[in-house]
Write a protein of this length. Sequence first.
Length: 112
Amino acid sequence: MGHLAFSQMLSGDLKDSGRKMLTRSELKVTGKKYRGFQIFEISVDRKGVVNGVRHIPTANELTSTPARIQATNLLSALEFEAGTHYPKFQRARVRVLFEREAEVVEPVNKSK
């Protein structure tokens, strides 16, 4: 699991077990409109598939519904290490960051 991804996993038995995330993701959405974060609870089965994503509203978060849909799609695509030694379901609270793309500013050519 990437360092940033592990740091965005806030709590839960999924984090405590040290189960590896197979999907390379920083739990970050980069786009043109949104900046902030949203908190979600994910549920992962023994096969390592995310089978549940639930939004957890908090006071200081981004409130955009389209952003929430983007984050839900990102989290649903994650895959974790499979194994029968894991519980039937493991849960974790995760923070998804939203960043604006860096705008490219072209230099102005003053000479004509």
